[in-house]
Design a protein around this ligand. Structure first.
Ligand SMILES: Nc1ncnc2c1ncn2[C@@H]1O[C@H](COP(=O)(O)OP(=O)(O)OP(=O)(O)O)[C@@H](O)[C@H]1O
Ligand SMILES: [Mg+2]
Length: 327
């Protein structure tokens, strides 16, 4: 079973305009509301890739009930803990003329310590050995930045593989608990390491460092430039096909879904990377928070280039960072 955990779900409301004029009345051409939040997005992308999942986390208020209902309608299992207040509505404004995406994100309801304890109990009940648990996204007010580290420790103790997609302190502390897979983007890596390593291949060296910290599969994504992956079996770089990008929002979530789809069926890591990149690229082709479409993923998959980086190159990437010896 694949379980996704979203502590700060949202309704993602996307409006498309011909051109956004600040301070004026703007006419909406298209609008849609989707259940959102990182874990929920991964569940939605998994469904598009033909994979069942169980979505867990906190929900609150009428908007929370909408999220639960919409997910069930789509065929995603749910087991949410209801708390007081109201979940966030995040607004994405898609401007066709300027091809820009503007987002307005609310903080979410305050979560009490007893709710955190109840959620951990609930997650514990659902987990069985061999399961996959996907966690990530911003934490709501009241939840400690060490939360993901706690979840990872709990899940690992039950024989569950954890996938973490977070930022800042929750990511740093999460990595210290050694999840199975992490997928930060370039900016998140920069924040994690303070600055990019000085090397001919900074992203690759960063991935090696995170792998050496005890994360089995490290995938670092950099938008249209693709991704690097370091695992015990080897190192790879993946290049997406050139596409007409509409909105990169949700690319990372689709990428995580693609990777987990393959890895949870014991597929090889390079094929996981290929599907991850195809799904991420497909998500960049859709407006707002709309995720990947299955037909796009199928069409893009054979056009993704995945190259193994020989061990020698890995060493030279590291050597580039080291002080040069005097001759
Ligand atoms: N413009 C693009 N063209 C082609 N592929 C893309 C583009 N943007 C994203 N992708 C694909 O999606 C993957 C993940 O994208 P990205 O690095 O932007 O993730 P992210 O910043 O975590 O996204 P998110 O907004 O979901 O958090 C990339 O590695 C790439 O394969
Ligand atoms: Mg991301």
């Amino acid at each position: 079973m694949i379980i996704t955990l979203t502590t700060n779900p949202a309704i993602d409301h996307t409006v498309t305009l011909d051109a956004l004029v600040p301070g004026d009345t703007n006419r909406v051409v298209e609008s849609r509301s989707d259940p959102g939040g990182k874990g929920i997005n991964v569940s939605r992308a998994l469904l598009e890739l033909g994979c069942e999942s169980l979505a867990m986390g906190f929900v609150a208020g009428a908007r929370g009930r909408f999220v639960e209902h919409a997910l069930r309608e789509q065929g995603i299992y749910t087991d949410f803990l209801h708390i007081s207040g109201q979940i966030r509505t995040n607004i994405t404004i898609q401007d066709r003329k300027h091809n820009t995406t503007t987002t307005l994100n609310e903080p979410g309801p305050r979560v009490e310590a007893q709710h955190v304890a109840s959620l951990l109990q609930r997650v514990k009940k659902q987990l069985s050995p061999g399961d996959w648990l996907i966690i990530g996204g911003s934490l709501p007010p009241g939840v400690d930045p060490g939360f993901y580290a706690r979840v990872i420790t709990l899940a690992k103790g039950l024989g569950v593989r954890c996938v973490l997609d977070a930022d800042g302190e929750p990511l740093a502390r999460g990595i210290a608990a050694q999840p199975y897979l992490v997928k930060p983007n370039r900016l998140e890596v920069e924040r994690l390491l303070g600055r990019m390593p000085k090397s001919r291949e900074p992203l690759l060296e960063a991935a090696i460092r995170i792998h050496e910290a005890g994360v089995a599969v490290v995938v670092l994504s950099e938008g249209y430039q693709g991704a690097v992956m370091v695992t015990n079996e080897g190192t790879w770089r993946a290049y997406p096909p050139a596409i007409a990008a509409v909105s990169p929002v949700g690319s990372g979530d689709a990428m995580v879904a693609g990777m987990v789809q393959v890895l949870s069926q014991d597929g090889p890591p390079e094929e996981a990377l290929r599907l991850g990149v195809a799904a991420g690229t497909a998500a960049a082709m859709t407006p707002g928070t709309l995720l990947c479409r299955q037909a796009d993923v199928v069409r893009l998959l054979p056009r993704v280039q995945v190259r193994r980086i020989p061990r020698g190159d890995r060493t030279s990437a590291l050597a580039g960072a080291a002080p040069r010896p005097h001759r």
